[in-house]
Design a protein around this ligand. Structure first.
Ligand SMILES: Nc1ncnc2c1ncn2[C@@H]1O[C@H](COP(=O)(O)OP(=O)(O)O)[C@@H](O)[C@H]1O
Ligand SMILES: [Mg+2]
Length: 246
């Protein structure tokens, strides 16, 4: 049987909980979060600092396993797969502080995940140039080091590197947090284009409410709880302060 629209989510959270524990205390950072994420869509997860957004993202990214519940990628729970492989191939993370390798040129940064996957340096460079062009950067960045380009350009290189991993799920943790408003908007636009035009699944966590008008679906995290937000609920979010820092 042929299917035109995907009915199966690429990612599913099934009552996911996560607890940080040490000798003195335990923090319930994520509480029974359930959600489905489909290909070709951009999702925004908003919430105040400390609400559990980064923890949830790290569970989706396979950086940790839930203490309860399951994160399922194409129906398979992350506790049943080789997590190193999952992280290398299925999900890519983009961070607020870009996390580019400072001693590699921009081109080498984008080549890196492909070489990790066994591609020859020559082939990796050819493909890296394509990804760099795809995120609307000029060829002149190829030979520059990250400290020689602007914040907005760094985030584009980081996104190109994420695409180079071949992952179909792009996770972005406060991707506009270090950018001015105009550059932040352009990065959000780029992420949305990647979802709508190239069929990536993009999940952006942020306390920046600007994204709510651009995302296909908005969810809110509050004290570890995740819930969908309807458009007519959005105005109440003015209560958020956008100047919070993580
Ligand atoms: N490594 C850690 N050890 C203990 N508690 C943590 C750790 N990381 C985060 N937390 C706590 O978990 C909760 C959620 O944090 P986080 O996921 O970083 O929220 P957000 O990204 O929304 O700011 C907070 O109470 C935070 O203090
Ligand atoms: Mg965070």
């Amino acid at each position: 049987m042929e299917q035109n629209t995907p009915t199966e989510p690429i990612l599913k959270l099934d009552k996911v909980s996560f607890q940080y524990s040490n000798h003195y205390q335990s923090v319930e950072a994520v509480r029974e979060a359930s959600a489905e994420f489909f290909e070709g869509k951009m999702y925004a997860i908003i919430g105040k600092s400390g609400s559990g957004k980064s923890t949830l993202l790290s569970l989706i990214a396979g950086l940790a396993l839930p203490t309860d519940g399951q994160v399922l990628y194409r129906g398979v729970p992350t506790d049943a797969v080789d997590l190193d492989k999952y992280r290398r191939e299925n999900v890519a993370v983009v961070y607020q502080s870009f996390n580019l390798f400072p001693l590699m040129t921009c081109l080498e940064n984008v080549c890196f995940p492909m070489e990790l996957l066994g591609k020859s340096p020559k082939n990796a460079a050819v493909t890296a140039r394509e990804y760099i062009a795809h995120v609307n950067l000029p060829d002149s960045v190829h030979k520059r080091f990250p400290n020689m380009i602007s914040g907005g350009e760094k985030q584009r290189v980081a996104i190109a590197r994420a695409l180079a991993s071949g992952a179909k799920v792009i996770l972005a943790d406060e991707p506009t947090g270090n950018l001015d408003i105009a550059n932040g908007e352009k990065i959000v636009q780029l992420l949305r284009d990647l979802a709508h035009e190239d069929n990536y699944t993009v999940i952006v966590v942020t306390h920046d409410l600007g994204i709510t008008t651009v995302a296909d679906e908005v969810m809110q995290m509050s004290d570890g709880y995740l819930k969908p937000l309807l458009l007519d609920e959005l105005p109440v979010l003015d209560a958020f302060t956008v100047s919070e820092q993580d």
